[in-house]
Design a protein around this ligand. Structure first.
Ligand code: ADP
Ligand code: ASP
Ligand code: MG
Length: 397
C-alpha cells in the first residue's frame, strides 16, 4: 500500500461536473489500495473574484482580512469535494489548516509553512478515510489564518507529502504535464516526460505558473516524488526529480512573467556608493530587485534601472520619491520578462545570440538583459511578449 498526495487546482474543481470527475480519480486511487490525502484549491476564479469583491468595499484592505476572506474559497471546495466522495459511498473527511495543524509565519498574504502536524492526518488515515485538505492556508502564532501566496496550494500538497513521507505527490491541473513553454501560448510546445528540480525551479520562478516555485523548492529539499498531470486526461504526466535520464537539451524551456515593473532613477551622482545606497534602501524595505541596468556616467551623472515584482511597485515608488526628491523617477508596468532556461546552456556558446536573433526576427526590442549559468532573461514590451515567447521557443525547440 502506498501513501499518495493528490492536489487539484482551481480549474479541476471549477463546477459540479468537474468535482465529480475529480472524486472519481481520488476514489479510483483509494480503490487500488492506497492511502490518499487530497489538497484542493478554490473553485475556478474564486480567489480573483474574492479579491475583486474586497476592493469594491475597501481600496486598501488589510492583509489579515484578505487572508480571512480568501481562505474561504479553499474551505468551500474542500467541503464540496468531500460531499462528492461521500455521495460515491467512500469514507472521507475535509480539514482546514487548523484542523490539520499547519503552522506558518505571520506574513499575511505570503506566509511560509513552518510545521505540519501528522497526528490528525495519521489518525484519519488509520480509520481508512480519504482526507481532503484545504490548500493555500496556514495558522500563525496569533492563531490567525494566513495564505501562502498565489498558487500556494501546490506548496501545501508538497509540504504534506514531505511531512508524511508520501510515496508520490501528484499535482493535477488543466494541462497534462510540464511543457517546453506554456502550451496555451506556444502551439509547438513539447511535453517533457521528466524535468530536474533545478530546471523546474527556474521555470517556475521565471513565470511558468504550472507549479508554484516554493513547492518545487520543498520538493527538492525533501526529495518528494512529484508528478504534474491532467485531471481531464488520464495519461502519464511529467515527473520532477533530481536527475533525468534523457540526453541534455540545449534549453529546457521558455517562460514568461508579467508580474514585473521597470523602475528608473535618473540623474544619480556618478560616484562610488550610489548603487549601494539605492539597493540597500530597497532591501531594507523587503523589496527584491531582479534585473539591474546602470548607464555609463556622463557629465557626472548616471541612471539606474531595475525591475521589481508588480505588487511591490507602489511601495518602491513611494520610498524612492521620498529619498530621491531631486531625481526623476520613472516606471513602466507594461513590460514582460521572457526567459530561456536550461542547464545545457552552460557548455554551449551562442544561446544568447540565438535568443536575440529570434527576437530580431519578429521585430521585438530588448529593454534589459540578465544572464546566469542556466538562464537568460530579457525585458520587453508586454504587447510583444506572446510573439516573443513563440519566436524564442521555436528557434530552440
Ligand atoms: P491550477 O489551477 O491547476 O493550479 P494553474 O493555472 O496555476 O493551474 O497552472 C496551469 C497553467 O500553467 C496551464 O494552464 C498553463 O497555461 C500554464 N503554464 C505556464 N507555463 C507552463 C509550462 N511550461 N507547462 C505547462 N503549463 C504551463
Ligand atoms: N486559490 C489560490 C490562488 O488562486 C491558491 C491556489 O490556487 O493554489 O492563488
Ligand atoms: Mg496553480
Amino acid at each position: 500500500m502506498s501513501l499518495i498526495v493528490q492536489k487539484f487546482g482551481g480549474s479541476s474543481v471549477a463546477d459540479a461536473e468537474r468535482i465529480r470527475r475529480v472524486a472519481g480519480i481520488i476514489t479510483d486511487t483509494y480503490k487500488d489500495g492506497n492511502d490518499v490525502i487530497v489538497v484542493v484549491s478554490a473553485q475556478g476564479d474564486t480567489t480573483d473574484d474574492l479579491i475583486e469583491k474586497a476592493h469594491e468595499i475597501n481600496a486598501k484592505p488589510s492583509k489579515r482580512e484578505m487572508d480571512m476572506l480568501l481562505t474561504t474559497g479553499e474551505q468551500a471546495s474542500a467541503a464540496l469535494l468531500a460531499m462528492a466522495i461521500e455521495a460515491l459511498g467512500f469514507p472521507v473527511t475535509s480539514l482546514n489548516a487548523w484542523q490539520v495543524g499547519i503552522t506558518s509565519d505571520s506574513k499575511y498574504s505570503n506566509a511560509r509553512i513552518k510545521t505540519i502536524s501528522d497526528e490528525r492526518l495519521r489518525r484519519e488515515l488509520d480509520q481508512h478515510k480519504i482526507i481532503i485538505c484545504a490548500g493555500f492556508q496556514g495558522i500563525n502564532k496569533f492563531d490567525d489564518i494566513t495564505t501562502l501566496g498565489r498558487g500556494g496550494s501546490d506548496t501545501t500538497a508538497v509540504a504534506i507529502a514531505a511531512t508524511l513521507r508520501a510515496d508520490l505527490c501528484q499535482i493535477f491541473t488543466d494541462v497534462d504535464g510540464v511543457y517546453t513553454a506554456d502550451p496555451r501560448k506556444a502551439p509547438n510546445a513539447k511535453k517533457l516526460n521528466e524535468i530536474t528540480y533545478d530546471e523546474m525551479l527556474e521555470l517556475a520562478s521565471l513565470g511558468a505558473q504550472v507549479l508554484c516555485n516554493r513547492s518545487v523548492e520543498l520538493a527538492k529539499k525533501y526529495r518528494v516524488n512529484l508528478e504534474v498531470c491532467s485531471s481531464f486526461k488520464r495519461v502519464p504526466g511529467t515527473i520532477v526529480k533530481e536527475d533525468v535520464k534523457v540526453e541534455k537539451m540545449l534549453i529546457t524551456g521558455v517562460a514568461k512573467d508579467n508580474n514585473v515593473t521597470r523602475i528608473s532613477v535618473i540623474g544619480l551622482d556618478d560616484i562610488p556608493g550610489v548603487a549601494f545606497k539605492l539597493f540597500s534602501l530597497l532591501g531594507q524595505n523587503n523589496i527584491n530587485v531582479d534585473i539591474i541596468l546602470q548607464s555609463i556616467g556622463r557629465h557626472g551623472t548616471k541612471d539606474i534601472s531595475f525591475t521589481v515584482a508588480s505588487d511591490n511597485t507602489q511601495t518602491a515608488l513611494d520610498i524612492l520619491h521620498e529619498c530621491y526628491p531631486d531625481n526623476t523617477i520613472t516606471h513602466d508596468d507594461n513590460v514582460s520578462k521572457v526567459s530561456v532556461v536550461g542547464s545545457g546552456m552552460q557548455s554551449n556558446a551562442g544561446v544568447a545570440a540565438k535568443m536575440f536573433e529570434a527576437l530580431y526576427s519578429v521585430g521585438v526590442n530588448i529593454q534589459m538583459i540578465s544572464t546566469s549559468e542556466i538562464k537568460i532573461s530579457v525585458l520587453i514590451d508586454r504587447n510583444d511578449s506572446d510573439k516573443a515567447l513563440v519566436a524564442i521557443h521555436d528557434a530552440f525547440i
